[in-house]
Design a protein around this ligand. Sequence first.
Ligand SMILES: NC(=O)c1ccc[n+]([C@@H]2O[C@H](COP(=O)([O-])OP(=O)(O)OC[C@H]3O[C@@H](n4cnc5c(N)ncnc54)[C@H](O)[C@@H]3O)[C@@H](O)[C@H]2O)c1
Ligand SMILES: [Zn+2]
Length: 388
Amino acid sequence: MKRRLHSAGDAVWAVPVRTSTGSYPVLAGAGLLARIPEFLEEYAPAHRYAVISDDLVASLYGKDVVDACTFAGLEANLFTFPRGEASKSREQWSALTDALLRAGIRRDGVVVAVGGGVTGDLAGFVAATFLRGIPVVQVPTSTVAMIDASVGGKTGVDVEEGKNLVGAFHSPRVVVADPAVVRTLPPEERAQGLAEAVKHGAILDAAYFDDLCEAAGRLMAGDTDATMAAVLRSVELKARVVTEDERESGVRQILNFGHTVGHAIEAASGYTVSHGTAVAAGMVLEARLGEHVGVTEVGTSARLTEALACFGLGAVPDVRFDAAEVLQYLGVDKKARQGRPRFVLLRSIGVVHEADGWSSEVWPDEIEDLVQEVTGTSARRGDGSISH
Ligand SMILES: NC(=O)c1ccc[n+]([C@@H]2O[C@H](COP(=O)([O-])OP(=O)(O)OC[C@H]3O[C@@H](n4cnc5c(N)ncnc54)[C@H](O)[C@@H]3O)[C@@H](O)[C@H]2O)c1
Ligand SMILES: [Zn+2]
């Protein structure tokens, strides 16, 4: 449960995340970015701090974090890399690692990841492997990073064979989320993280799902209070699941709702469709699948469609998909067991269907129906691909 901390400045809320090796807090509050040095001294005392940001976030916030540290008498250096998913690579991991070594960061150093999910994953993986592991502090600046990536301790990079295939679990010492920073995030980027918030409501908390719909306008406008409320609730919900199942063998699977189809959409689009957009469409289609197989309450996919539309999400993206490719991506999904894809299906908004585990195997003909919903009816065009 979150609790309010005594604080000299604005309110700071703390949500504890328990892991097998201990526990770390996610701190959230407007204006916390300016107080990073305080939290570094309290949760991750070090001789040197390596602040890692992409080039855009470095100019918006990373430099200020370093200046605040210097002003507070802490030794901090800024390390930057080019913005974008392409930087979540072994090459960038290696370049940053070398830069830290050259700058003289040693075992008594701490990595401070200031940025979106790319920075969190990349800088987190640098920290996980640097001199066999030094602490990391996560300072998420995008809604994706605050709402989703800040909990769970996953770090890593993408490789040619797929996204996030090389990495490590490396929990942060503390996460400092300042919802005021989403003001500078473009609305479509805000929506990306909010898709995961809708997912948290859909799988665990119907009241939160309704709250998100009601606050959609303010959330899309980057309102600090509305963002703060969503970050806190999502972090609480995700932390609860991750605490129960740190290594993804059981209940953590429910976080994959919308993701089996979402990943297929992402991959079949050649990653031109972003994750949140793909997952949003995936949630609608997986809810419809659940309705077809008779486990999901009828009307659930319609509620999801309506909720996601408030964030400009939920429709199958306007991209030409190849049916065979979508099928193949569904079949090779890493969560697929015995060659048949498994889906996390809802019972209703706020409740996941649990039968033989948290995901259900679905028959191939039902999957084909689903693929047709992604691609449109291939027969209509006769060329195996469809533009929506
Ligand atoms: N580790 C996990 O559990 C986990 C969970 C979800 C997503 N992820 C990863 O996160 C990544 C996606 O995260 P993302 O969407 O934050 O991408 P990102 O880090 O690339 O950020 C998106 C863009 O927004 C910019 N940005 C970030 N914060 C900003 C701010 N406050 N103001 C203005 N611009 C800002 C960035 O410079 C970037 O251009 C993916 O690689 C995904 O795999 C990891
Ligand atoms: Zn996701």
